[in-house]
Write a protein that binds this ligand. Structure first.
Ligand SMILES: [Zn+2]
Ligand SMILES: [Zn+2]
Length: 178
């Protein structure tokens, strides 16, 4: 959603707060979220824009629920991100190529008296999602042979570990030795 900053530009207000729900999956021109991540509900967004001498600052709080597959057993692992990011707001015209220029990473440009923060919000979510997801610290994962989720109990496959083929010859020698 766009945040109208007209009142700050006209010096009628020193601060604007706007809250809305953001459907993260429908934002245009936003980076893709990592594979397997499902956003389960619209994100809660609260944008605060403050007038400062000759510029504006903004702080944006985002709370979003998601589900990710467990790295070991692939079960759904629910998670919540709750974070705040800050940017400087520029009322100047955005220079060409600013999207790819790291100098402007912390700057958002006002366009037609409003700010479109949604692509930046999705980018922040993508950056902040954890890399690892575990349903529990001691998740036993799937059996490498039959694929059963070992959380539900043993699968009956041999307990013996698969022998490294390079060691098989040695194993044979040892067997003959017995
Ligand atoms: Zn698991
Ligand atoms: Zn098994």
């Amino acid at each position: 959603m766009k945040t109208d900053v007209t009142k700050i530009l006209n010096k009628k207000e020193a601060m604007i707060v706007s809250s809305y729900k953001l459907d993260v999956t429908s934002v245009q021109d936003a980076p893709a979220l990592p594979d397997g991540i499902t956003i389960t509900a619209p994100a809660d967004v609260e944008v605060t824009v403050k007038d400062q001498n000759n510029c504006m600052s903004l702080s944006c709080r985002v709370r979003v629920d998601y589900v990710a597959p467990c790295d070991r057993c692939l079960d759904d692992v629910p998670g919540t991100l709750d974070f705040t990011f800050e940017k400087t707001v520029s009322a100047d015209a955005a220079p060409a190529g600013f999207e790819d220029d790291p100098t402007y990473d912390d700057v958002v440009f006002v366009s037609e008296s409003s700010l479109d923060l949604d692509p930046a919000i999705v980018e922040e979510i993508a950056l902040r999602l954890p890399i690892y997801h575990l349903c529990s610290e001691d998740c036993p994962g799937l059996c490498p042979r039959c694929g059963k989720n070992l959380k539900e109990g043993p699968c009956g496959c041999s307990e013996k570990k698969e022998i490294d083929p390079r060691l098989k010859k040695l194993q044979k020698l040892l067997d003959n030795f017995d």
